[in-house]
Design a protein around this ligand. Structure first.
Ligand SMILES: *Cc1c(COP(=O)(O)O)cnc(C)c1O
Length: 385
């Protein structure tokens, strides 16, 4: 901890444990303690740690060719772009690769300027990243306020409210951006007709509809992309987190006519679509398909939703697939997170009374059962203090 404080800038504060190895959904710290990893690198390690397919493809790629830049083509980049295109169900979709969620949303914001308009509608409490453009889209005052002035023309409205969206989306709107389910805000699920309504309002006004699927993409919700239940398609999908299965990789996918907005010279990235990161992503997609992980996500997610709701002190459980948020009856989320860690499970507290869990998508039912026992015990112990 002393070394951390001396050498690293504070971002989430000083960590209390140091992780050194992992296998599947179990990680080990420097003292040899093991933990069930129910945060999975903040929803990134969709196949868990050291998945053989990722180890194999990454090892093979780094031993063959490391980085080529976007001046040259590489088979992995081509294959991954075609694969993502297929998953969106739009043959005309085109992909821009970058390295993170913030960069994917920066790309979407720049793309929207190519409509000739600049006004943007985003939602309060949404998280879209920390760089200046992405932060301007983010709707959390605590993250925004120290860095004002941010980009002009971006309006934040309450999440899930179709009536207010209908009012604020006009012919001057360049783009509307929402998370299909707000992740960092504590796993907030909108009314079932919300995304469909947004599609309508954007169509009526010629605005781009952007779904930030950085957290809800790549199978997290039991679908490839977190919006699929709505039956509509956005104009732009942003991805990162799970895409690289633990390696840094982001993507901004533009569908339909939006795919033609960027022309050569408009945008770029040195590392985006790196052969090694894309090798990992190809392994992620093929493992999700081969191991039938999407239906597994539904099954384990359903089990956790049901079991966690029965624990005394838990007042609400919500989410989709393996992105689950809980509300507690007291502001003990930080203490509970620490207690779970002591008892051998890693979780996250996005708020004083809010818990988020996002395990690897291939977490076993047995591990989910063990997690429920640990969580339940931790709840009992923190409720007594
Ligand atoms: C994490 C996250 C981001 C930012 O991704 P980074 O890789 O940290 O830049 C953007 N949007 C959503 C929905 C996220 O969950």
């Amino acid at each position: 901890m002393k070394r951390w404080q001396k050498a690293l800038q504070d971002n989430y504060g000083t960590p209390t444990i140091e992780l050194v190895s992992g296998k599947g959904s179990v990680v080990k710290d420097a003292n040899g303690n093991t933990y069930l990893d129910f945060l999975a690198g903040i929803a990134t390690n969709v196949l868990g740690h050291a998945h053989p397919a990722i180890v194999k493809s990454v090892t093979k790629q780094i031993s063959t060719l490391g980085h080529v830049s976007n001046f040259y083509a590489h088979p992995n980049v081509l294959e991954l772009a075609e694969k993502l295109q297929k998953l969106t169900g739009d043959k005309g979709a085109r992909v821009f690769f970058c390295n993170s969620g913030a960069e994917a949303n920066e790309a979407a914001l720049k793309l929207s300027r190519k409509t000739g308009k600049y006004k943007v509608v985003a939602t309060q409490e949404a998280f879209h990243g920390r760089t200046m453009g992405a932060l301007s889209l983010t709707g959390q005052p605590s993250k925004r306020n120290p860095f004002k002035p941010l980009i002009k023309g971006i309006k934040h409205v309450p999440f899930g409210d179709s009536a207010v969206m209908k009012r604020v989306i006009t012919k001057k709107t360049a783009m509307v951006i929402v998370e299909p389910i707000m992740g960092e805000a504590g796993v907030i699920v909108p009314p079932s007709d919300y995304l469909k309504n947004l599609r309508q309002y954007c169509d009526d006004n010629g605005a781009l509809l952007v779904f930030d699927c950085v957290q809800t993409g790549m199978g997290r919700t039991g679908d490839w992309f977190g919006y699929e239940y709505s039956g509509i398609k956005p104009d732009v999908i942003t991805l990162a987190k799970g895409l690289g299965g633990g390696l840094p990789l982001g993507a901004m996918i533009a569908l339909g006519s939006a795919s033609k907005l960027f022309v050569a010279g408009d945008h770029g990235s040195t590392f985006g679509g790196n052969p090694v990161a894309t090798a990992a992503a190809l392994s992620v997609i093929s493992a999700i398909e081969k191991e039938k992980i999407l239906s597994h996500v539904d099954e384990v997610g359903e089990y956790l939703l049901t079991e966690l709701a029965l624990i005394p002190g838990v007042t609400e459980v919500r989410g989709a697939g393996l992105l689950i948020g809980l509300t507690l009856n007291a502001p003990v989320a930080k203490a509970l997170t620490k207690k779970c860690q002591d008892l051998g499970a890693l979780i996250n507290a996005p708020g004083d009374s809010t818990i988020r869990i996002a395990p690897a998508l291939n977490v076993s039912m047995k591990q989910a059962q063990k997690f429920v026992v640990i969580f339940s015990q931790a709840m009992k112990e923190v409720s007594h203090v």
